[in-house]
Design a protein. Structure first.
Lengths: 400, 262
């Protein structure tokens, strides 16, 4: 039930006038999500000897608005129950934040999610939030990050200042989980470079602006690297991987030119850590055909290229990769959409394919069918670990 | 013969000097469009709620709930912020548009699940809005430069006597070869529009009902009914909660307001 309730706070209790400023607007909504995963093969590692997995996730959202709309609070808890993987059975507070809006500034405090970037196949410059990696292999699910963010709107752009107290560790698949390497990541024995560990206070500043057809953003980030180095270790006689989080300085740029039906996209990153100093890029173009052959269907075609200076030694699978994709929207009443993507690794010859189809059923249901296929050709490619994890996934989302 | 001569002289004087008789149908059409725009100028800013009821050929309905805030710009198209409440799977999605009479509009979409702001191409004029029978171009603000015009005839209509005017889209991406609009001569309100597709056959008819006047000047219809003759589908667009001059300004229309619009 999506409820809109007007409470007239104190003024009702005191039966006094001037209600407007005291009115609190409250809204409750959310999503319940059931997921069935079918794996084409049993996994290649111990604990992965199964073909199917079921899972249930709940994400309610509570929202309050007061002070004539100048203040708002949102609370979005999340919990997933997974049949197989204890690590995927997990909860998080995606958002618990307060926004105060001034004339040309706003202050956003609490646990929040921030997205930066323009490309589709890899989110290279998106750095503020940690990835909730057990959720999906696409890296788009994020953990709520504690922050104080002052945003200033000026004629010459929007400036965002961030103070990020507290660090979120990446989630990793457990012993019974899929899409992991042969050694399980032991998050209980995590190590930090900084003396204050996960209490290190990170900072970031970002400027973004739209110049006619061009949208650009530039930032500097100083703090704990969201991507851990994974070190092999023996913990109680068991070989495991231990995540090591280093300190880093990072500069990121994202830009998009929107020229007619063409979207030209560029993300650039320069990262300096104690163990490495490198740059990386994700660039591409998207072209859309609207209303193909006199139907209401739109077809978008995407090409992207991912590059990492470290080459085949990079701890990313996007070091020298080409991506082709297509987005098909039927623009019908059910908002039926298809997304298909093909990745090709120019160093290792490996390929990956994903398909996503979704459609609305009634006013409250959405069904999605996703497929992910991996074909690794080289043992040096990180993708060999997930080669047996070809997947077909059916998701039913219920919105309330 | 003298009398006939003076008659012809008088007639020719009238033809060459009389402003009404000298007008071509194209000039007359443009003049009507200017009057429509001029009578609707000066509302400054507004917000309203719209309920869209989509019906397929079998009469099955689905509903969209949307809120809109608009800011008038002098010498340019309007700025607008559109917030989606229903269907629930797109709740929180918001759309920011800076429209321009002739150049491409600037448009950004906010996707709440990813917290992502995406600059999108505004070329998609003729596509359906939210799966409805309204195309994006049917919902954009009326700008004189977007069409060329031709006055056709006078005809009685719901609003009294109407001008019937043909409007030819200037934009090559428009889904129409022409629109035929019925505009009443008293208040210059649009009562009906017929849309002709790229093959110049009748595609849709839009009827306006329940006009109300705001700020003693600006007329807005409570109901817009669009019927697609080729598919048998229809969409009702019901407006409510119209508020003008609520004090919106440029600072209410940027990427920050887009991200927290809800």
């Amino acid at each position: 039930m999506c409820k809109r309730v007007w409470l007239s706070g104190l003024s009702v209790l005191l039966l006094s006038g001037s209600a407007a400023a005291d009115e609190v607007f409250f809204e409750y909504s959310g999503r319940l999500s059931g997921e069935l995963q079918g794996y084409f093969h049993e996994g290649q590692f111990n604990g992965q000897g199964y073909h199917s997995n079921a899972s249930l996730a709940l994400e309610p959202e509570l929202y309050w608005e007061f002070n004539g709309g100048n203040d708002s609070v949102v609370f979005t808890p999340f919990y997933r129950l997974d049949q197989r993987d204890d690590e995927r059975t997990h909860g998080d507070i995606r958002e618990l934040s307060w926004i105060h809006v001034g004339d040309d500034w706003e202050l956003r405090s609490g646990l929040r999610k921030v997205f930066w970037g323009v490309t589709e196949f890899n989110h290279l410059v998106d750095v503020i939030n940690q990835t909730d990696a057990v959720e999906d292999s696409d890296g788009e699910d994020k953990l709520g990050q504690p922050m104080v963010n002052l945003s200033l709107v000026r004629d010459w752009g929007i400036v965002d200042l961030f103070v990020l107290p507290g660090f979120r560790e990446r989630s990793f698949a457990g012993h019974e989980g899929r899409t992991r390497s042969g050694l399980v990541v032991d998050t209980a024995n995590v190590r930090y470079e900084a003396g204050d560990g996960d209490q290190h206070i990170d900072t970031a500043v970002r400027w973004s602006q739209s110049f006619d057809l061009f949208d650009v953003g530039l930032y500097w980030f100083n703090g704990t690297n969201r991507d851990p180095r994974l070190e092999a270790a023996l913990i109680q006689g068991k070989p495991v991987l231990v995540p090591v989080y280093e300190q880093m300085d990072q500069i990121g740029f994202d830009g998009q030119a929107t020229l007619d039906s063409w979207l030209w996209k560029l993300e650039l990153l320069w990262r300096d850590t104690p163990s490495d100093r490198y740059s990386a890029m994700q660039a591409g173009v998207e072209y859309s055909f609207y209303g193909v052959s006199d139907t209401t269907t739109d077809v978008g075609v995407l090409v992207e290229y991912g590059w990492d200076e470290r080459g085949i030694d990079a701890d990313t699978i996007f070091q020298n990769d080409l991506f082709l994709g297509s987005r098909i929207a039927l623009n019908d009443a059910a908002s039926t959409e298809f997304l298909v993507g093909l990745g090709y690794d120019l160093d290792f010859d490996s390929r990956s394919l994903f398909l996503e189809a979704s459609s609305r059923f009634g006013e409250r249901w959405k069904l999605s069918l996703d497929a992910r296929l991996f074909d690794a050709r080289d043992n040096r490619d990180l993708m060999v670990n997930i080669e047996q994890d070809d997947l077909l996934q059916l998701t039913a989302d219920y919105y309330f | 013969m003298n009398l006939t001569k003076s008659f012809y002289l008088l007639l020719s004087l009238t033809i060459f000097s009389g402003p009404v008789l000298a007008q071509t149908p194209e000039e007359r059409g443009l003049e009507i469009a200017r009057e429509v725009k001029q009578r609707d100028f000066g509302w400054a800013d507004m917000q309203a709620e719209m309920l869209m009821v989509l019906r397929n050929k079998q009469g099955e309905e689905s509903v969209r709930e949307i809120r809109i805030k608009s800011l008038e710009q002098e010498g340019d198209g309007d700025k607008s912020l559109t917030i989606f409440d229903k269907p629930l799977d797109v709740k929180g999605t918001a759309f920011l548009s800076f429209s321009h009479p002739l150049e491409a509009d600037d448009q950004w979409l906010y996707l709440p699940a990813l917290k992502r702001v995406k600059r999108i191409s505004s070329r998609n004029k003729s596509g359906p809005f939210m799966g409805s029978e309204f195309a994006y171009e049917d919902l954009s603000s009326f700008e004189i430069e977007k069409y060329s015009y031709k006055y056709i005839r006078d005809e009685s209509c719901e609003g009294g006597t109407c001008f019937v005017v043909e409007q030819y889209p200037v934009d090559k991406d428009s889904g129409y070869t022409r629109r035929v609009a019925w505009i009443d001569q008293d208040q210059y309100r649009v009562w009906k529009v017929e849309f002709y597709d790229r093959k110049n056959s009748l595609l849709k008819t839009l009827n306006f009902k329940g006009y109300q006047q705001y700020l003693d000047k600006y007329w807005r219809a409570d109901l817009q009914q669009m019927i697609n003759h080729q598919t048998g589908k229809s969409t009702d667009l019901k407006w409510s909660g119209y508020q003008f001059r609520v004090g919106l300004n440029d600072s209410d229309f940027n990427k920050n307001t887009l991200k927290r619009a809800r």
